[in-house]
Design a protein around this ligand. Structure first.
Ligand code: HEM
Ligand code: HEM
Length: 166
């Protein structure tokens, strides 16, 4: 992956946090779409409020997809900054692998969600499983960012925050 720029561009930073908020909304509010799927499988008409909330889940999920595509474009077009000073080669490779994994899990969530929602393949269980993996991967990723910022004091988190960019 390209590492040509000296800092994340504002668009990369905003898209990162838009995706974070989107994932929190998706994981926090999924009962309605599960209820709609259950009603469909039982041959019943889903409740109107559940249907509305289900479309919000689909809409936020689709926004995450667009944000990820935009982030790939920005990576390709402008690159990303190299790792903070003092990062060992192994730590750098681990961070790259984690970022790659996060992108993969996000795309896998969107694909399994879309296939299930559109009745193409019943992948709700897989969607749920990947969601657990995404949750723990994001948690480890956030912990690493906070550790690097406040224990190693290498400015890793600051460069993903708009107000604190140098
Ligand atoms: C990163 C994006 C997404 C996250 C984090 C997410 C998260 C979740 C979670 C936590 C559930 C509950 C799973 C369960 O309890 O069984 C769920 C269910 C569901 N989501 Fe998503 N979702 C995302 C994107 C999408 C998209 C883009 C779609 C469709 C276009 C979608 C469609 C569904 C459907 C149909 C269900 C119900 C599955 C079932 O009950 O079989 N999701 N989602
Ligand atoms: C759903 C949750 C999250 C996802 C999916 C996610 C995803 C990503 C991805 C894919 C990258 C790589 C960007 C690139 O190089 O293209 C990244 C970078 C970064 N993320 Fe997250 N992130 C999440 C949550 C968080 C949280 C909660 C924090 C802070 C506490 C955080 C802090 C950072 C930082 C500091 C970077 C830059 C790392 C570096 O330059 O080496 N992220 N994130």
């Amino acid at each position: 992956m390209a590492t040509t720029s000296s800092a994340y561009r504002p668009a990369q930073i905003w898209l990162h946090w838009i995706v974070v908020v989107g994932v929190i909304v998706q994981i926090g509010f999924h009962d309605a779409i599960v209820a709609v799927l259950d009603a469909r499988e039982a041959g019943q008409v889903p409740a109107a409020t559940d249907l509305t909330s289900a479309w919000v889940h689909v809409g936020v999920g689709s926004t995450i997809l667009l944000a990820v595509i935009a982030r790939f474009y920005l990576r390709w077009r402008y690159g990303v900054p190299g790792h903070a000073a003092g990062t060992s080669a192994l730590q750098g490779r681990l961070a790259d692998a984690m970022h790659f994994l996060l992108y993969g899990l996000l795309l896998a969530m969107v694909v399994t969600g879309m296939l299930t929602w559109n009745g193409i393949a019943p992948l709700g269980g897989v969607h749920f499983g990947i969601n657990i993996a995404l949750f723990f991967a994001a948690l480890a990723h956030a912990a690493a960012a906070v550790f690097n910022q406040f224990v190693r004091k290498d400015g890793t988190l600051a460069r993903m925050l708009p107000a604190r960019r140098k």
